[in-house]
Design a protein around this ligand. Structure first.
Ligand code: XIL
Length: 312
């Protein structure tokens, strides 16, 4: 049947995938990535530990490969991520002086967003800044710089790439809850004060049978603020090996998520956090779980693929 990207394009949406450059040498992986997706994001290659492992020394190999893949395949390039407490080199967490840390942060943002300016359509400027109860996560940035680090990062990103849409991204914010409400209030505050922000990413690392019932309403309340929303890291995991019933339920869950996005005017699409179950991050982080994507370990399409294709 037609590629997912063609179906998505009819409603002005993109369907994206997180890419690992080393897997592009695998023909099965590569051909699915080339055929199906109209947006790509680096699964790891644009993170701080990949791009600036030592202060002021930048390594662009993997990030450039993903950028080149986007250009070669007429896909959007989505940037992930500039400021995050994880996959952060130890030299950053070792900085104790607030002014020095702020300088390191804004220099990092300027260098990375600057390199891909004109190529990246949107950046996850800040990732995972909130706790489940809606308070700020006590990251090195929060602890040393206070609440203002988020807007400092957004202003630095705008200066480095005036054309990229600037997003804040998080997990377990898919439904209406304390954490998503904290981000909602941050967006309202930024808009009221003229701090640059254009979009919110909802990671949506979900569990089969547990799609939040308020997902569409949540996306809509952000869209109603006049910003864009996107499902940025979708996967729906289950116990492995999956039963046929679990795979059918997973398909229904994928359909629910895609339909929630399509029902919301400013939801610009859905990004899958990987191509196939053979290389998803889930089993490594959630032992005994996996089978979370649209292609199985042998790159055969799963019921979830058909459900997404039907929903688009
Ligand atoms: C994950 C990658 O998929 C893994 O390969 C890596 O080991 C850890 O990070 N939230 C995010 C993503 O914003 O960057 C994470 O990606 C998954 C959770």
């Amino acid at each position: 049947r037609e590629p997912l990207r063609d179906a998505a394009e009819r409603t002005g949406r993109t369907v994206g995938v997180a890419l690992a450059p080393h897997l592009l040498d695998d023909p099965a992986y590569r051909s699915v990535a080339e055929r199906e997706f109209s947006l790509v994001v680096a699964e790891n290659a644009m993170k701080w530990d990949s791009t600036e492992p030592n202060r002021g020394t930048f390594t662009w190999g993997g990030a450039d490969e993903v950028a080149q893949f986007a250009a070669d395949n007429d896909a959007e390039l989505y940037g992930h991520t500039l400021v995050w407490h994880s996959q952060l080199p130890s030299w950053v967490s070792a900085i104790t002086d607030p002014d020095d840390l702020r300088t390191a942060m804004t220099e990092h943002v300027s260098a990375v967003a600057g390199r891909y300016a004109g190529d990246v359509t949107a950046w996850d400027v800040v990732n995972e800044a909130f706790e489940g109860d809606g308070t700020r996560r006590r990251s090195v940035f929060q602890e040393r710089l206070g609440d203002g680090y988020i807007e400092d990062a957004f202003r630095a990103a705008r200066a480095a790439d005036p054309d990229a849409r600037l997003c804040i991204n998080d997990y377990s914010t898919d439904g209406i809850n304390a954490k998503s409400t904290a981000i909602y209030e941050l967006v309202r505050d930024f808009l009221a004060r003229g701090v640059p922000i254009d979009c919110v990413g909802f990671q949506s690392h979900l569990i089969v049978g547990q799609v939040p019932s308020s997902m569409e309403a949540n996306l809509r309340r952000f869209s109603d603020l006049g910003i864009d929303v996107r499902i940025t890291e979708l996967d729906i995991r289950t116990t492995t090996p999956p039963t046929p019933a679990a795979l059918e339920r997973q398909a229904a869950d994928y359909r629910t998520v895609v339909e929630a996005c399509l029902a919301v005017t400013r939801c610009d699409g859905v990004t899958l956090w990987g191509v196939s179950d053979a290389n998803s991050w889930i089993p490594g982080v959630f032992p005994g779980q996996g089978a979370a994507l649209l292609w199985d370990e042998d790159y055969a399409t799963k019921p979830a693929y058909t459900a997404v294709a039907d929903a688009l």
